[in-house]
Design a protein. Structure first.
Length: 99
């Protein structure tokens, strides 16, 4: 299986939300607005490990961020019973850009 890592640059739509996984490993969830030729695209980003601990310290809503990661499709069933898919980017590295 080939891994296709991509790079994104954008602004946070809301402040980072941190949680701790089963083994007390920190996990941070980001919502990033990325400009593209088709308009603004929203990327859901998952950051783990030490970088996840740093996200709430350095990032707030509207902050610029640089993300490198692997996009994957996640399937779920909505409340109305419809099967849906959403693209989630699992970040391998993240850059905090001061503004």
């Amino acid at each position: 299986m080939e891994v296709c890592e991509q790079t994104y640059y954008g602004r946070l739509g809301k402040s980072p939300q941190i949680d701790h996984a089963f083994s007390d490993r920190p996990v941070c969830y980001l919502s990033v607005a990325v400009n593209s030729a088709a308009g603004t695209e929203w990327k859901q980003v998952v950051v783990t490990g030490t970088q996840a601990d740093l996200c709430p310290l350095y990032l707030r809503k509207g902050a610029e961020v640089f993300i490198r990661g692997v996009p994957r499709l996640r399937e779920y069933t909505s409340k109305s019973g419809e099967r849906r898919q959403v693209e989630v980017v699992y970040a391998s590295s993240i850059g905090f850009i001061k503004f």
